[in-house]
Ligand binder design. Sequence first.
Ligand code: ZN
Length: 662
Amino acid sequence: MRKYTFSRTELSRAFGIDTATLGTGSPRTGFSFGKVGPGVTSEPHRHDEIEAFVVLSGAGKVTTDLGEISVEAGDVVLFHPFEAHVLRNDGNKDLDFVDVYWRDGEAALNAAAKTTAPRGPTFVFSAPPTPNGDLHLGHLSGPYFGADVYTRFLRMKGVEAYHLTGSDDYQSYVATRAASDQWTPANVARYYSDEIRATLALLDCDVHSFQATMGDDGYSEFQAACFRTLLSSTAVDLRQSPALFDAVTGHYLYEPDVRGLCPDCGGSAAGNICEECGAPNLCHDLGAARSRQSAEAPLVGSLRRPEFALDRCYDNIDRHLRASGVPLRILDLFARLRQRGEFSVPITHPSDWGLPAEGFPGQVIWVWPEMAFGFLYNIQALGRSLGRDWKAEVPGSDWQIVHFFGFDNSFYHALLYPALYAEVFSHWTPRIHYHVNEFYLLDGKKFSTSCRHAVWGKEVLSPKTVDVVRLHLGLTRPEGERTDFTLDGLRRTEKEVFQGIWLNWLDALDQEIKQDFAGRVPDAGDWSPVDRAFFARIEIYRAAMERAYSDEGFSVRRAAAQVCDFVRDCVIYRRARDYAAARCLYPARNRTSLALQTTAAAIMAPTVAPLMPRFARTLARGIDGVSTETWPRSVQRLAPGTRFDLRPVLVFYAKARQSSSR
Ligand SMILES: [Zn+2]
């Protein structure tokens, strides 16, 4: 027997609270004593151990992914592996508790394998594009395609999910384009906003709400109200602070007007954001800054305007980032920003393109904070079209927001926006998930609109090609690393994979079913071990696809690679049997093979539907009872006698034989 007495004065800080750990001698089990002071909240975290809190004294609230409960002395709370948990003392005396945790390998693995669907209405945003040009494959491969696949899957799972985006009309780059095209910014925005919508439609992106930020009175009124609230926040100061001006023209320089060396990584960066490391800059802090307006080095002057002191919000941001489980690269970006100490961003700029900043004549609201509030307005606009009472000024606690964006937008989406929301909607704890993509390269170099180094969506997208383009973008999507697009690669995916493997297999299968079984699925006969293994393989594939589309580990690239692997396996399974011999010598085995291959073809329709919706629908049309509207919970062998006619998909992709067009 051993007795321990915790000294309440010799505790150490861990997870944001005071703790003392008791060694048990076993690496599988641990105990600790914890003290949470009044008003203190522990840091949210997740781990693979099972854990229990035994409350000794005091009272508070425990929050997990599933909600919040009250606890008091005598209560025991149990947490499953990977369940995020936070303990908050909302009383006026210390909350003491004992924490017990232990490892259970099987429970941890089972919990890791489980996928969860979001609760409440889910608003999936792809970063609103700047209407200063059309969308190229570099844009499309990232946020737009990603958000579309993700939303389609959620809807198949029965989640109330919507894909929202819009055109970010007041971006400074719109005015730059207008100046070089000798047009008005409003005309440029209107023109490219329409082009962008058309390109998204060509990619079969199902956008449920597209909000153009220009020309909507309700939108500008809401933005003005948010701006007023922000001005009265304790994080906003009115300051006379440095600003850059062109040495020759005297014009104020920001975002597109200036380039220099990133204050964080030292690489070449444009105003506001370094595309390489994602770090923000304030233009005047760029090294060796160069104006785009003249060859002279810019002058540093000053301006009086409101600035948002982001450094005062770091604890809030930290909490938000931990709770939403952002990628490590964003945590790293945040850590680097924190090291820079005080960091205030101006929230207005002198310009005549943008929403006027009330009280600051000649200045407009900076377009990036505008976007933060624009997301909420877009939800309200969507609600109106659906007859739902979603209010932008009262964001719902049940709203699940999911953002898809390129890494160079991380600062805005994941650091600035949560801080702005906390200032303007103090009672709202936003639930936001982030899906970040890296740069997609074209022939080894970054896509560039200005250098005409791009393949535009409209150049390669048509009803006949869209699914192959989506498959190829899926296979090469820049997830977690930069990837390269080549037109040759796209052609190979089309000829060698889609036509050469997929359609050839479906064509041969369709032919056999027609010839020997009058277009009806035969009943399985005798099963060999290989048949049994292939049946299991179909279910393994279905489950792996579900995993790849789910929030945990969402990866279009994995989904695309898996379906290609699966079809290859179907072809190998098919070839392992000599068809001519099997037909006459082992008809019972032959029937099993065909029953399983038709089942494999049928499961492809719903499982590729998020990735290649048009192909999936056309495939499903020929097989009775197959739907691309709902996600299959398990693989069911097609009932004998099911109509199986792949003509729709083969005709659509011009693979139909003469005989089958009868
Ligand atoms: Zn940098």
